[in-house]
Design a protein around this ligand. Structure first.
Ligand code: SF4
Length: 469
């Protein structure tokens, strides 16, 4: 999967957002041009994409130089995270695109000037960011906006979503504030209770759903996102390494879970416990943890299942009777005898399945004689089900316009669907089923925090100025 580097170029900004996560150390130094280029070069070894962040990267004198350097180094997607103010100038946008940037990520926090400017504490910034989005959309650049959810803007989020859709953004994200920096200082005034704003967030997400625009909500756990589970942003964030002042967090997702976020004792009873990150660690100090009520239902062990259209099958009775008893893995395969299906069949001859009493049921569109000959040829004792008219595949959601979807379903002794293996690894499918079974039965993860997952790439410099190469 593609990886991206998130390069934090410094702490200087031309706004003063009331929720700024680095508000407590703004203007404490910027990386030099040489340091930034060195970081770009180093991260290119592991990343195809790059995100430039600041504080505000666009006010650096060397901004175009850095974007060009990223382009020269062969980064594919070059995103600029910004307050958008410099991009109010069409020529500035054109130069940014000419330098190689191809994704624009502006932060917009209100649907009208009074709200946005009040939160950024930068008069005129709303007019500027709207102009910036218009310019970038007109230039054909992919625009992916971010909005920090606050007490002030929460009820206006649907109106903002409507405005963003009208402006032509490709995607919008609503992010719950991380209570550090200014957001910690002004916690009572800015950071809402999640349960107070969840309905507004859902309504804002619905605007994009109706319009067919990609949208998501960040740092809101699944228990706040009922009916919107697929829009949990953490399911969509690509593998990312964070690069700042000589330090590298090589796996941002792991770091969020280990250090950034928190879960609670009651989470052990939640169906999403195996994949949920929980809220930011600082949140319960202000608002407590009583809001986080475990979601009942079948355990969800793989984010891919949430994103799949068969997510609703979890915990429901098997759509058609399954032969046998106890735990069963119902494996839909497209064609008996094909190399991939044979690999999958043979991979189920692993002792781990027998040891846990998991029976294999192979379903394919072939007739019974063909299936039997195939299984005998490979010494398989799997139960075979001929689905010549594809009625079972249709009932299980294992049929697409392109034909049968290679999929397996773990069915529990009560006959309920416990898990859907969305991405079948045909060479190791038996082990994959055992792994899923073990995860379904695993104890809740330990409550953190865990040690830092940060590495030192170079010794951090003393306070420096941008462009001082
Ligand atoms: S694991 Fe905890 S924080 Fe996450 S959805 Fe469940 S109750 Fe909420």
């Amino acid at each position: 999967m593609r990886r991206r580097a998130d390069l934090k170029t410094g702490t200087t900004c031309n706004s003063n957002c009331v929720f700024c996560v680095i508000g407590d150390h703004l203007f404490t130094g910027d990386r030099t041009t040489a340091e930034c280029v060195a970081e770009l070069r180093a991260s290119r070894a592991t990343c195809e994409d790059v995100v430039f962040t600041g504080a505000e990267v666009s006010i650096r004198p060397d901004f175009f130089h850095l974007v060009r350097a990223a382009k020269r180094l062969g980064y594919d997607r070059i995103q600029i995270q910004t307050n958008g103010r410099m991009f109010a100038y069409r020529e500035f946008c054109e130069r940014t695109v000419a330098a190689g940037a191809n994704e624009f990520a502006p932060s917009i926090h209100g649907h009208v000037a009074k709200l946005h400017d009040g939160l950024t504490r930068a008069p005129g910034s709303f007019v500027q960011i709207v102009a910036a989005i218009e310019h970038m959309v007109a230039l054909g650049v992919r625009v992916v906006s971010n909005t920090v959810i606050t007490k002030q803007n929460a009820r206006h989020l649907p109106a903002l979503a409507k405005r963003l859709v009208e402006l032509g953004v490709a995607q919008y994200q609503l992010a719950f504030p991380h209570p550090t920096g200014h957001a910690a200082t002004y916690f009572r005034g800015v950071v809402p209770r999640m349960t107070d704003i969840a309905a507004h967030v859902h309504a804002a997400l619905d605007v994009g759903r109706v319009a067919g625009v990609s949208r998501m909500a960040e740092a809101l756990p699944f228990c706040m996102m009922a009916g919107h589970e697929r829009e949990v942003a953490e399911l969509h964030i690509p593998p990312t390494e964070i690069v700042y002042d000589g330090y590298v967090v090589p796996d941002y997702a792991a770091d969020r879970v280990a250090r950034g976020k928190v879960r609670f004792e009651q989470c052990a009873a939640c169906r999403f416990e195996p994949i949920c990150e929980g809220p930011w660690r600082e949140y319960p100090a202000g608002h407590g943890d009583a809001e986080f009520v475990p979601v009942p239902g079948a355990r969800v062990i793989d984010p891919q299942v949430v994103l799949d259209d068969r997510f609703g099958m979890l915990g429901a009775p098997a759509p058609t009777p399954v032969p046998g008893a106890g735990w069963r893995a119902v494996c839909f395969v497209p064609q008996a005898g094909s190399p991939a299906c044979t690999a999958e069949l043979c991979s189920t001859a692993v002792p781990g399945l027998d040891a846990r009493g998991i029976a294999i049921v192979i379903v394919s569109p072939d007739d019974a004689a063909t299936q039997r000959a195939w299984a005998e040829r490979h010494g398989s004792a799997a139960t075979l089900v001929a689905d010549v008219d594809l009625a079972r595949a249709r009932a299980w959601g294992a049929l697409s316009p392109g034909g049968l979807r290679r999929t397996s379903y773990l069915v529990d002794p009560e006959g309920r669907v416990a898990h859907v293996v969305v991405d079948v690894d045909t060479a190791h499918h038996g082990a994959q089923i055992v792994h899923a079974f073990l995860r379904l039965h695993a104890a809740a993860r330990p409550l953190g925090p865990a040690p830092d997952l940060v590495t030192l790439r170079r010794r951090p410099a003393a306070v420096a100025s941008p462009g001082a190469a």
